[in-house]
Design a protein around this ligand. Structure first.
Ligand SMILES: *Cc1c(COP(=O)(O)O)cnc(C)c1O
Length: 392
């Protein structure tokens, strides 16, 4: 037996373990400290009542002989695929139900989709970005080139004809920078992909936070994208499903002459068991009028948090991106070139925890991510402490 040697090429991910270690050490040494955690990108509000009611109803069905369900379709029940289809249709994007695949989350699909592509492909990944794209390709042994996301390009790298890539990752609104592409900017990426015969893997996990006109919530808002892009989305951020687990991936029939859709169906029916019926019922409730109303209230809380954080940085004259169409605020560390030094400073002087930008790629050095997905009171208190600590 030979091991997959590519795993040796993975860089140890110390980011969240180091944060936890530092915060625990500080808390032990200062038991009185009220530490405010704006570090991890997890949601904090509970599931909406409409989601809970739908799941309770589904539990009852599972307990009755007449309505019990066993193995379901691996690609998801029609009721959920159709409600996602109409969610897109309300935004002017027309999809066929068989182009939508339900899964246990965007992270799984982003990793699993790589089964469909040859190892000889070159992948283009923005830096900084969500670490999953890099690690899944390192595990497979693919060549990776990076697209620099910097203050100069507003953390939105644009295609470079001199760089040839076969698989292009785009995450918009971006984790960690909060930057979001406009439709026009995405059109340039679609043009690049079509010209070069590349595929775009578009991560729309934060689409529900987009509120500005002209910014895209789906890559399929761009003409021709259905011929070159796969879109990944999730119930994690829109509806707090990080622990409940449900996501979906759109693989258009127009992509690679329909081959990719067929291959993904084959891959999922062979290797994936589908998402529990109960969870899919909960997910479908997200797109009912009642569910949408309740979820809008939750998202409004996170948006208010984001506004508080960005107003605070505006007041302090600190440069940042995000905060408007994203639950993340990405700031230039004031007075520090090293993200970890700023992390220690904030933890020690204000008892506020954020995420060092260098953990997301080399261009993140000197930057820092704060999340708006925390509690309202904690965010308001964190803002007061930041003002006091960083105000001149
Ligand atoms: C949170 C997040 C996801 C969603 O992942 P799930 O596996 O569905 O919870 C996907 N992409 C990015 C960039 C994220 O931050």
């Amino acid at each position: 037996m030979k091991l997959n040697g590519n795993y040796k090429n993975l860089e140890e991910s110390y980011l969240f373990s180091t944060i936890a270690h530092k915060v625990n050490a500080y808390a032990q040494a200062h038991p009185q400290a009220n530490i405010l955690r704006l570090g991890i990108g997890d949601v904090t509000l509970p599931l909406a009542p409409a989601v809970i009611a739908a799941m309770q109803q589904a539990v009852t069905e599972m307990g009755k002989k007449e309505t019990f369900r066993g193995y379901g379709p691996e690609q998801g029940y029609a009721f959920l695929r159709e409600s996602i289809q109409s969610y897109y249709a309300r935004r002017g994007v027309s999809l066929a139900a068989d182009e939508i695949f339900i899964s246990d989350g965007a992270k799984s699909d982003l990793g699993n989709i790589l089964d469909l592509f040859d190892v000889e492909n070159t992948v283009l990944i923005p830096d900084p970005v969500y670490p999953v794209y890099v690690d899944t390709n390192v595990m497979a042994g693919r060549r990776i080139v990076f697209a620099d996301a910097t203050a100069e390009n507003g953390f939105l790298p644009m295609p470079d004809e001199g760089v040839k890539a076969d698989i292009v990752y785009i995450c918009s609104p971006n984790n960690p920078t909060g930057a979001a592409y406009s439709r026009g900017q995405l059109a340039a990426w679609v043009e690049y992909a079509r010209k070069n015969g590349a595929v775009i893997l578009y991560d729309a996990a934060y689409e529900c936070f987009v509120c500005e006109e002209g910014l895209a919530r789906s890559i399929y808002e761009v003409e021709g994208a259905e011929e070159c892009a796969v879109e990944f989305c999730s119930f994690s951020k829109i509806a707090g499903f990080t622990g409940t687990r449900c996501g979906y991936t759109v693989v258009p029939n127009a992509l690679a002459g329909g081959a990719l859709n067929k291959m993904w169906l084959r891959r999922q029916t062979t290797k994936f068991n589908g998402v529990p019926y109960i969870v899919q019922r909960g997910a479908a409730a997200v797109f009912t009028p009642e569910g949408e109303k309740q979820i809008a209230e939750n998202l409004a809380v996170y948006r208010r948090n984001a506004k508080r954080l960005s107003d605070c940085l505006d007041g302090l004259g600190i440069r940042y991106t995000g905060g408007k169409n994203s639950p993340y605020v990405w700031l230039r560390c004031p007075g520090f070139d090293d993200s970890w030094k700023f992390f220690d400073f904030l933890l020690e002087e204000a008892n506020v925890v954020g995420t060092p930008g260098c953990g997301f790629g080399k261009n993140g050095q000197g930057y820092f991510r704060l999340t708006a997905l925390g509690g309202e009171d904690a965010t308001a208190e964190a803002v007061e402490r930041l003002k006091k600590l960083l105000g001149k």
